[in-house]
Design a protein around this ligand. Structure first.
Ligand SMILES: Nc1ncnc2c1ncn2[C@@H]1O[C@H](COP(=O)(O)OP(=O)(O)O)[C@@H](O)[C@H]1O
Ligand SMILES: [Mg+2]
Length: 355
């Protein structure tokens, strides 16, 4: 898995032979700064971007192949024992309203380098069926984290935040609530050259600017009813700058971005997941202590914990989910939940590149 944060590759070796997935081994491979910058640049309209995107897709495939090799070495498992690699690729455009989404990767090259079947391009089929193509992890949450009589909500805080609502006796729903880490990451990168605000410490040093928070919160996406999904196409530095006066103290902007993230997640829980008492966090944002404290304050009387409590490591949830989605594809079983994505019907997701 390589998500919107553009931090790197999460490689998980998963045993899916039983009902409960078992994480056999894991390997995190951060992107070198030049690759991250090249990916960020590709989010903008640029000269010869078609050529550039294919070169970067090749670079990513090599990155994924290296991560696979390191993972299998750690686990001491030969490639021949692996059924398939589910590889999300790196999103550079997400435009379901125009009928497409782009996750860069070269599945053929990854299959060639790894000698393992590769499943990629998980999102396009759902969009072809009229859906958002996102979020896809709720189907996995539905499969493994549902409780027969406890109303649970799973919140994945990656670059973008997405929620899964697991209400007993109800169809599972899910959607992107808005920004996760990506605005905070971009702001601290600009001002301190750091890739993220560890534990939200810098944000905790600033003071929320109410007028700015108010302006940012008027973004129509945040109040829109699901199904909905978003990405860097909307939430990016240009978007933020349009709302700044230029006189703000940087730490105060960071505090405000943390509040925006926390408030938009909390509002999504209140509006669309009413009645939940148990919230489980996953994704890198689950480590942001200041953000978690903000959520606890905004959502009192709910138990807020990490998904470790349910037996799945918060850092590996999404990678495990894409292993499961790859298994679904290899068996030609559907991977989407139409109630989540808005697709007209369940679909087998992904393109298969045989080894
Ligand atoms: N200790 C931490 N404190 C604050 N933020 C963190 C911490 N650890 C990870 N993160 C955040 O998590 C992000 C990576 O999360 P991840 O789940 O990989 O997102 P994505 O799926 O978008 O790649 C980092 O960019 C960072 O913002
Ligand atoms: Mg990541």
């Amino acid at each position: 898995m390589s998500g919107t944060s553009l931090d790197g590759v999460d490689a998980a070796l998963v045993d899916l032979s039983q009902d409960t997935p078992r994480l056999v081994a894991s390997h995190y491979q951060p992107y070198a700064e030049p690759l991250k910058e090249a990916l960020l640049a590709l989010h903008q309209v640029a000269h010869n971007e078609l050529h550039q995107s294919h070169l970067i897709a090749n670079r990513l495939a090599r990155e994924y192949a290296d991560a696979t090799q390191a993972l299998l070495r750690k686990a001491d498992v030969p490639a021949a024992h692996v059924q398939a690699i589910g590889c999300h690729g790196q999103t550079v455009r997400h435009r379901p309203e125009h009928g497409y989404t782009v996750q860069l990767n070269n599945g053929a090259l990854l299959a060639e380098l790894s000698g393992i079947h590769v499943v990629g391009d998980f999102r396009s089929r759902d969009i072809a069926a009229g859906g958002q193509g996102a979020p896809l992890v709720p189907a996995f949450h539905d499969r493994v984290l549902r409780h027969p009589n406890i109303h649970r909500v799973i919140i994945n805080i990656g670059g973008i935040a997405n929620l899964t609502d697991l209400a007993p006796n109800k169809t599972t729903t899910g959607f992107d609530s808005g920004p996760g880490n990506l605005l905070m990451d971009a702001w601290i990168s600009r001002h301190q050259g750091k890739s993220y605000d560890k534990d939200g410490a810098w944000a905790a040093n600033g003071k929320v600017i109410p007028a700015l928070l108010q302006r940012l919160s008027t973004e129509p996406f945040l109040a829109a009813a699901p199904p909905k999904s978003t990405g860097r196409d909307l939430f990016n530095m240009d978007w933020l700058e349009r709302h700044l006066t230029g006189n703000e103290t940087p730490a105060d902007v960071q505090a405000t971005l943390l509040a925006l993230t926390g408030d938009s997640i909390a509002a999504a829980v209140q509006c669309f997941c009413a009645g939940t008492r148990e919230i489980y966090l996953c994704g890198g944002g689950a480590h942001n202590a200041a953000l978690v404290a903000h959520l606890r304050q905004a959502l009192p009387q709910r138990l807020i914990q990490k998904t470790e409590e349910l037996g799945i490591a918060a850092d590996w949830m999404e990678a495990i989910a894409f292993a499961w989605l790859a298994q679904q594809a290899m068996h030609l079983r559907p991977g989407n939940l139409p109630a989540v994505t808005g697709a007209r019907h369940p679909c087998v997701l992904g393109a298969i590149y045989p080894a």
